[in-house]
Design a protein. Structure first.
Length: 209
C-alpha cells in the first residue's frame, strides 16, 4: 500500500479548523489554503536530495549542503488545486507548474479530463499533485494515470482534507504514490462529500456557487 502521512502540526490543525467553518470568508479561505499548503510543504519536501557545495563564511572555507537541483513540478487538479500552488512555490520558486483540469460527469459522477498542460520534461521531474480534497479518489487516480501515461514515475499527492474511502482507492490504484494530508476525516456522505470536511473547496476558494 502507498504510504499515508497525516501532517498534524498544531499550526496546521488550528488553521484547518478556521478553514472548515461555514462563516469563513472567501478571502480568508484563500489565504488559509495558501498558508496550510506552505506549512505542509516542510514535510512534503523533506526528501529533497542535497549535494555538497564549497562556500566561504566570514571565518573560513567550508563544505555545506544545498538542494541538488532535482527538477520539481507542482501539478494542481483544476480548479481547487490552484489554491495550493503558491504556498508550495514560495518554498521552491524554481519548480515548474503543470495543470490537469477535470469536471464531474453529472450522470456517471465520474471525473472527466478536459485539460492537461505539463512541462515538457515531466518524466524527469519529482511531481507533487495538489488538490484540497481527496474524497472518492476519482480525480486523484485519473490525474496520476494521466501523468504516468506521459512517463512520470516520481509522484506524491498532497491534499488538505481526505476521506478514508479516497485514501484507500488511491492507494489501491497507485501504491507507489505517497499521500500527504492535513486531516483524515470520518467518511463520505451519500453525495460524495467528506464529513465533516469543509464543503466544496472550489466554490469556497473562488466565491462561486
Amino acid at each position: 500500500m502507498g504510504k499515508l502521512e497525516v501532517i498534524n502540526h498544531p499550526l496546521i490543525q488550528h488553521k484547518l479548523s478556521i478553514l472548515r467553518r461555514t462563516d469563513t470568508s472567501t478571502k480568508a479561505f484563500r489565504e488559509l489554503v495558501d498558508e496550510i499548503a506552505m506549512l505542509m510543504g516542510y514535510e512534503v519536501l523533506r526528501d529533497l536530495p542535497l549535494e555538497d557545495v564549497e562556500i566561504e563564511t566570514p571565518i573560513t572555507k567550508t563544505v555545506q549542503k544545498q538542494l541538488a537541483g532535482k527538477k520539481l513540478a507542482i501539478v494542481p487538479i483544476l480548479r481547487a488545486g490552484i489554491g495550493m500552488v503558491d504556498g508550495l512555490l514560495s518554498l521552491v520558486p524554481a519548480a515548474k507548474v503543470g495543470h490537469i483540469g477535470m469536471y464531474r460527469d453529472e450522470e456517471t459522477l465520474q471525473p472527466v479530463e478536459y485539460l492537461v498542460k505539463l512541462p515538457e520534461d515531466i518524466d524527469q521531474r519529482q511531481i507533487f499533485v495538489v488538490d484540497p480534497m481527496l474524497a472518492t479518489g476519482g480525480s486523484a487516480i485519473l490525474a496520476v494515470d494521466s501523468l504516468k501515461k506521459r512517463g512520470a514515475s516520481n509522484i506524491k499527492f498532497v491534499c488538505l482534507v481526505s476521506a478514508p474511502e479516497g485514501v484507500k482507492a488511491l492507494q489501491e490504484a497507485h501504491p507507489d504514490v505517497e499521500i500527504f494530508t492535513a486531516a483524515l476525516d470520518e467518511h463520505l456522505n451519500e453525495h460524495g462529500y467528506i464529513v465533516p470536511g469543509l464543503g466544496d473547496a472550489g466554490d469556497r476558494l473562488f466565491g462561486t456557487k
